[in-house]
Design a protein around this ligand. Sequence first.
Ligand code: ZN
Length: 166
Amino acid sequence: MALLDILHFPDQRLRQKAQSVEHIDEKIGQIVADMLATMYHFSGIGLAAIQVNIKKSIIVMDLSQEKNQPECFINLKILEKKGKHKAEEGCLSVPGIYEQVNRAEWIKYEALNEKGEKIQGEVDGLTAICLQHELDHLNGKLFTDYVSALKLQRARRQLQKEAKNN
Ligand code: ZN
């Protein structure tokens, strides 16, 4: 396992779009393992491949308290959305910034797991928010796109200040 570098806002590579995974092989398994290690290392609850500069439709997630329930979503598709839910979101690519974002409350999805098996689910709450957030990454979108320009400016200044201090 290796730790991967996470791209940070406003890096333009975060605007790249992911491509579907055609074959789930050892290489993909390695990417999934590395993404999980990276997500855990930085105390994230989800990570999309675009965030580590890999243009493949791969998402990892672990919403458990104990951090012992890793999940993997390859070629995730949201089939149905219902309701509206506003909640605070953060992102490993936009460290230190937390903003309220509107998402669908409930989603129905399908994807493949790391073994190439088809998985389907109907989820709400944090799982639904997280999957929508990560799927946005794979389409080159960031949660900051939903935030006002003023708040973004403040966020950007904050990030620059932190970069200088490091
Ligand atoms: Zn994110």
